[in-house]
Structure formats: structure tokens, C-alpha cells
Write a protein that binds this ligand. Sequence first.
Ligand SMILES: [Zn+2]
Length: 95
Amino acid sequence: MSIHHLIFNAGFSYLLWILPGIIAAFVAHSKHRSALGWSFLCVIFPFALIILLLMGDKCCDRPEESIYAPCPYCKEPIRKDAVLCRFCRMTIQRP
Ligand SMILES: [Zn+2]
């Protein structure tokens, strides 16, 4: 076996090893998730790529998160467009 063959094999296996990480980075980015975190996870644990593919977009996971904001007085989650807190009954000033 020549040295070139060894280098080629090493390079190819290295590519196969990091490939799930590269795919994970792209998939995670498109789903608004941590590209770096997921690529690391998939390099160590390639099965995580399947989990990532099955996961939905992060901004669609909990849609109530975007319409709810903490009350400035009692910090309970209330609708962003609310003018009266349903928890502490305080009037919320809207710009
Ligand atoms: Zn409140």
C-alpha cells in the first residue's frame, strides 16, 4: 500500500466523519437552530442528524412565545397587544 493511498483513505474517512456535521450545520441553520452546536453533536453522534431532520423550525415550535410577553409589573406572560394584565389588573402602556 502506497503512502498516497493511505492519505486518500484517511482523507475520505475524515470527510465521511465530518459530513453529518456539515449537513447538520445547513439543516440547523435553515431551521433557525444553532448550526455550530448541531454540527458538533452530529460529528460526535451522527444519529442526532435524524433527530434534527425530524425537528420542526424553531420559530414554529412554540408560536405562543411570539405573541406573549411578560407583564412589566408582575412578569406573568400576557399577550403583547394586551392593554390590561389579566394577572395583576395593571394597565399596560403601549407606545
Ligand atoms: Zn401583570
